[in-house]
Write a protein that binds this ligand. Structure first.
Ligand SMILES: NC(=O)c1ccc[n+]([C@@H]2O[C@H](COP(=O)([O-])OP(=O)(O)OC[C@H]3O[C@@H](n4cnc5c(N)ncnc54)[C@H](OP(=O)(O)O)[C@@H]3O)[C@@H](O)[C@H]2O)c1
Length: 433
């Protein structure tokens, strides 16, 4: 049977993983599909001067992506280079030529995926399973697996680097900078870790999943985002005292005020399944109106897990081409995305964990309690674990559910107090996630 011909651009982690899987599983994939897949062309910037494994004999090898993306002998184009400039040109070129595109590019898809899909010619579609949570097939779940339900909320751990750092701080009581340095040494964190530790990478993924779960056009920049740099071993000690742990949680909920979306370190109960997600693993917990809770877990990155997502997308696109049923399911799950209806972070309501560092003196709790009361916030508990450093004493106040805007106003007043050593840290304290 005639093969479906693949053009693959980008031979780094993800591209080489996809090539390896296609080489390893070729005959099994053919048995599943009923026709073979053929790597007909491979491209990357420096491909002519470096060695890339698993390129089949006879495949065209070129440093010019244009010889792949629009070429007449290519049926499906894989964009696996990342970034938002050349990657965008590649995807536009392929879609305009009527070719389905496979991509792992969460940044570009979150910024411009719907426009790119709208520009596509004929029935060419984008497939982007690898863009969120690497080897966890969450797109397939939202687009088809639980499409019959109406998603009400989901909670994700979508950045393996920050989850690795948090769980190492938790396990070893090490400081953030030490754990980050170790993660960089081991290759778990980039030399510039900003996108991971500030939450921007997770935010792009949350924007993509929110589009698929709720059918609204969500720009990453409209999502409240806070990174993990301020989390200390003390915070884990206090969280444990409360029966909780801390994870960088991507949260999405339908609320009467609109979609409430955020990426932020959050205290979650130790008993919840999300709390058991350790190291570089990812997970998504989806709550449907009818089917209720479902949970998806796996490796969030890495050549082979992400390569599986790419190859599975290739198979999906190849089946669509062969059956003449391309664009059967929208890449964004909904045929048309509605304008966003987002709740303001000011109106989020939840319990909070407030961590202070103070110069020890009398009347501290009374002063903080007065400010909280003046802002309509009720104290739930005051916690102070033993420590010797009276000039930089950490302690925690947990508060009953309150409006985020009221909590921020109270914290701003507190920052100015002379016994406060460092800006107080406020983290949502989830009771039921
Ligand atoms: N790494 C992961 O585990 C993972 C997981 C999920 C999603 N992703 C996404 O997958 C994509 C690729 O990531 P990666 O980790 O595989 O990246 P990578 O290891 O840095 O590899 C990038 C590849 O793209 C090529 N390339 C870069 N710019 C190019 C250009 N202008 N023209 C032609 N080729 C170019 C590079 O070519 P040369 O090597 O020849 O210079 C290299 O082969 C990104 O969108 C990333 O966000 C990665």
């Amino acid at each position: 049977m005639k093969p479906v011909r693949i053009g693959l651009i980008g031979t780094g982690n993800v591209g080489s993983g996809a090539l390896e899987i296609l080489a390893l599983n070729g005959s099994e994939l053919e048995a599943k599909l009923g026709f073979p897949l053929e790597i007909a062309a491979v491209s990357s910037r420096n491909i002519l001067t470096k060695s890339v494994s698993n390129i089949p004999a006879g495949a065209r090898v070129t440093a010019d992506w244009r010889e792949v993306a629009g070429a007449a002998d290519i049926d499906i184009v894989c964009e696996l280079i990342g970034g938002t400039t050349t990657a965008r040109e590649i995807i536009e070129c392929a879609l305009k030529a009527g070719k389905p595109v496979i991509t792992a590019n969460k940044e570009l898809m979150a910024l411009a995926g719907p426009e790119l899909q709208a520009e596509a010619t004929g029935k060419a579609t984008i497939h982007m399973e690898a863009s969120v949570a690497g080897g966890v097939p969450i797109h397939a779940v939202l687009r088809e697996g639980i499409a019959g339900d109406s998603a009400q909320a989901f909670f994700g751990i979508l950045n393996g680097t920050s989850n690795y750092i948090l769980t190492e701080i938790e396990a070893k009581s090490s400081a953030f900078d030490d754990v980050l340095g170790e993660a960089q040494r081991l290759g778990y964190a980039e030399a510039d870790p900003t996108a991971d530790v500030e939450g921007y990478d997770a935010r792009s993924k949350l924007a993509l999943l929110a589009q698929m779960a709720f059918g609204q056009r969500v720009a990453p920049g409209s999502i409240y985002c806070e990174g993990i740099r301020r989390i200390t071993p003390f915070d884990f000690q206090y969280a444990h005292t409360l029966g909780h742990t801390i994870r960088l949680v991507c949260a999405a909920r339908r609320t009467p005020a609109g979609l409430a979306l955020s990426v932020r370190p959050t205290l979650i109960p130790k008993s919840t399944i999300l709390a058991s997600v350790l190291g570089a693993y990812n997970a998504v917990w989806v709550r449907g109106a009818a089917g209720q809770d479902t949970f998806y877990y796996g490796r969030g990155a890495g050549a082979l897990p992400t390569g599986v997502a790419v190859v599975s997308d290739i198979m999906r696109a190849a089946r669509d081409l062969r059956s003449g049923a391309s664009a059967r399911v929208s890449p964004f799950s909904f045929q048309k995305l509605a304008e966003p209806d987002l709740a303001s972070i000011d109106d989020f309501v939840c319990g909070y964990y407030l961590r202070f560092r103070v110069k020890d003196s009398t009347g501290i709790i009374a002063t903080l309690g007065r400010i909280l009361a003046e802002n309509g916030i009720s104290i739930d508990a005051v916690l102070q674990l033993p420590t010797d450093d009276k000039a930089n004493l950490p302690f925690v106040i947990t508060v009953e559910p309150a409006r985020e805007a009221d909590v921020r106003k109270a914290l701003l007043e507190m920052e100015a107090l002379d016994f406060i050593v460092e800006k107080p840290l406020a983290l949502p304290l989830e009771r039921g996630v």
